[in-house]
Design a protein around this ligand. Structure first.
Ligand code: PAF
Length: 282
């Protein structure tokens, strides 16, 4: 696996691959790679001859009270894992490469409306940070396809909107959420959980499944279902931020049957903020 840290070195390598008519897939990450990330690398391989993985803990998507300083940085272990799944190139830029004019002077990219709810409310500025860094990565790598995890459901919709709206010439592909045997979605933040909290954490997924079953049984009282789920999560020991039942296509309110519905939630549990979602057809 090649490893580069500057955009110049990266471009040099990509030119060679493009000359050989090889397609390039990008898997953007913040490192601390788990099996969920590795499944995205394998998915990338199905879409392109060459797979580039970026690792950059992006400061602009963390709020003042977020876990930027604590965010686990495990580069050597990440490299071993990436070699195992045969990533072709690891791009590990520093802050100056990603934000050449400095963070405070950086151009910011905003996707409106779809960022205004859910995680956008509880993490103000977060999506601007994501779309700003992802735009930079797209410009530097110029991939044919980029892969994002479905666990960050709102994020992948925001990025799809960014790509559609700016007519960026690449395809966005979503990879299925990977779970522990008890249903907990894999996340770098799971390691903040104490043993006791870890035992409670899978309840989040079972609550989402419970709503899915109710919807499939014909229930359509969305607000009530959301509120009930918030209560169950509170009783289980979570501090829930939101539970939403929306159209998977655009996060708008469900308005008809035979629709793909996403049920999405975010909770705090001790030091961890957990998000998860499932999709059901009603
Ligand atoms: O999902 C993530 O890990 C990050 O938000 C991303 C897309 C790599 C941007 O920093």
């Amino acid at each position: 696996m090649l490893e580069v840290s500057t955009s110049e070195a990266l471009r040099e390598q990509l030119v060679d691959w493009r000359h050989s008519s090889e397609h390039i897939a990008l898997v953007p990450t913040m490192g601390n790679l788990h099996d969920g990330h590795l499944s995205l690398v394998s998915l990338a391989r199905e879409h392109a001859e060459r797979v580039v993985v970026s690792i950059f803990v992006n400061p602009t998507q963390f709020g003042e009270t977020d876990d930027f300083d604590q965010y686990p940085r495990t580069l050597e272990r990440d490299k071993r894992r990436l070699k195992r799944v045969k990533a072709d190139l690891l791009f590990v830029p520093d802050v100056e490469t990603m934000y050449p004019f400095g963070i405070d002077n950086a151009t910011s990219v905003t996707v409106p409306v779809i960022t205004a709810e859910f995680c956008g409310v509880f993490r103000p500025g977060h999506f601007d940070g994501v779309t700003s860094v992802v735009s930079r990565l797209f410009n530097i790598v110029q991939p044919d396809v980029a892969i994002f995890g479905q666990k960050d459901f709102q994020q992948q919709l925001v990025i799809r909107r960014l790509v559609d709206d700016l007519r960026l010439p690449l395809q966005i592909v979503s990879g299925a959420t990977q779970r522990e045997a008890d249903g907990l979605a894999l996340s770098s933040r799971n390691q903040y959980l104490s043993d006791e909290e870890r035992a409670v954490a899978p309840t989040l997924y079972s609550v989402l499944q419970g709503i899915g079953n109710e919807l499939q049984a014909g229930k359509r009282n969305y607000t009530e279902l959301e509120q009930q789920a918030m209560d169950v999560l509170s009783d289980a020991g979570f501090d829930p931020e939101y539970v939403g039942i929306r159209r998977a296509e655009n996060l708008q309110l469900p308005d008809r049957d035979n629709d793909e519905i996403v049920i999405l939630a975010a909770v705090r549990l001790g030091a961890a903020r957990l998000i998860d979602n499932i999709i059901v057809t009603i």
